[in-house]
Design a protein around this ligand. Structure first.
Ligand code: COS
Length: 391
């Protein structure tokens, strides 16, 4: 059995993230959720205390934290408020392809921008007709001299309205399916149009927008990795970010479990606290087991990366199981609260709404199963080192 003891640094980091989640996220979470208010003050404070951009290398001004440490932070974000947490984690998603495929100059400029001061970046992959099926995207990038010109719309873009730059995937060869996609860093300018801010079921404090690129011109150096190798870069990015997303789901499930356990000890029916009724006690027991199992899968997927192993399979296990767990535990927490669970005066209805997106974004639970099925049926060797960067 591998040693899962955290280092003193990791324990301190988790404590810092927990305290931030408790004092700066939870106490405003329900207020910001109500109207979908952008949590600018929380975002800025998180940047100041060092809870953003945690995977950026020291060379580019970041702390260069390992993936397990990132998971510790994201679990606390999920526990505090996954809406705010999703916006806090978004720079990590946008900057991963830059770290993987950007030239040293591009990294200095764009990763440096995020670490020098409070700035935001977004990851633009999804389109109205290309969600799970990435290769169906219609956005194009056409080479013109020393530049590429981008045209197209991306939807459901976290922090899209506030981002200073974007990682954008576009077709550089329309006929080549997934082998015709390239990735670019795109600074925000007047040709980048924010069309729509979504009004969402859950995670309402995170910003989700449609972003349109209208004759947007970027230097050819902003191409990430090789031309037409963007699909691979996207998949490698998701391998790196899914452990964190899974951790956010663990945080939601843990919060729902804690609320439900506390409430079950306070609420009396038939003359005893409802926790004394086996039907409720077993729901609490299942929640506890599922939170623990989700965390273990999640840590395993992060450790695979930290120790240089390919984590495609383990990150899909973690994302699928943790997201489905968050949904189930939050739904059961509402059940434990009964009628009170269904009203906004109590905390669990927000967790149930927030949990739903965990089964959808960064690859639905069905897509995770597809990846898992391919990995286990094709018998790929999960011990092999992480794929080299397509450059
Ligand atoms: N790392 C590196 N390369 C990978 C990879 C990974 N994790 N997964 C796939 N690839 C490569 C394959 O090796 C293959 O390479 P070649 O072109 O050299 O053959 C290529 O990518 C295509 O792989 P595959 O055939 O497995 O892809 P499919 O089209 O069958 O499936 C899915 C791809 C559906 C798994 C993918 O499109 C996906 O994950 N979709 C969900 C996207 C998503 O999460 N969207 C949410 C928005 S992001 S917030």
């Amino acid at each position: 059995m591998p040693d899962l003891t955290l280092t003193d640094e990791q324990k301190d980091l988790r404590e810092l993230a927990h305290s931030f989640a408790e004092k700066d996220m939870r106490n405003v979470a329900w207020e910001y959720d109500k109207d979908g208010t952008w949590p600018e003050d929380v975002m800025r404070k998180a940047w100041e205390v060092g809870l953003m951009n945690t995977h950026i290398d020291e060379e580019y001004g970041g702390p260069g934290l390992d993936y397990l440490s990132g998971c510790l932070i994201e679990e606390e974000f999920g526990w505090g408020c996954s809406g705010i947490g999703t916006s806090l984690a978004c720079n990590g998603l946008a900057s991963a392809p830059v770290a993987l495929g950007g030239s040293d100059e591009v990294k200095k400029e764009y990763l440096g921008m995020l670490t020098e001061e409070y700035k935001l970046a977004s990851f633009c992959l999804t389109e109205p007709d290309a969600g799970s099926d990435v290769s169906g995207m219609k956005t194009t990038a056409v080479k013109k001299g020393d530049t590429y010109v981008l045209n197209g719309s991306k939807c459901f873009i976290t922090n899209g309205q506030y981002a200073d730059w974007y990682t954008v995937y576009a077709k550089t060869d329309k006929e080549a399916g997934h082998r015709g996609i390239s990735a670019f860093v795109v600074p925000r300018d007047d040709t980048v149009i924010i069309d729509k801010k979504e009004d969402k079921l859950g995670q309402r404090a995170s910003n989700t927008a449609t972003v349109t690129f209208n004759e947007t011109e970027v230097p050819a150096e902003n191409l990430l990795g090789e031309e037409n190798k963007g699909f691979k870069l996207a998949m490698m990015t998701l391998d790196r970010t899914r452990p964190g997303v899974a951790s956010m789901a663990v945080g939601i499930a843990r919060a729902a479990f804690e609320f439900a356990a506390e409430y079950s000890k306070e609420r009396t029916q038939f003359g005893v606290p409802i926790a004394m009724h086996q039907a409720v006690a077993f729901m609490i027991a299942d929640m506890a087991t599922d939170v623990e199992a989700s965390r273990l899968l999640t840590w395993k997927s992060a450790l695979d990366l930290d120790q240089g192993r390919r984590n495609t399979l383990s990150s899909s296990h973690a994302k699928r199981f943790s997201a489905d767990t968050a949904m189930r535990v939050a739904t059961d927490a509402v059940q434990v609260y009964g009628g009170y669970g269904f009203i906004k005066d109590y905390p669990v209805e927000k967790l149930m709404r927030d949990a739903k997106i965990m089964q959808i974004y960064e690859g639905t639970s069905q897509i995770q199963r597809l990846v898992i099925a391919k990995e286990v049926l094709l018998g790929r060797n999960v011990e092999q080192p992480a794929e080299p960067v397509p450059a």
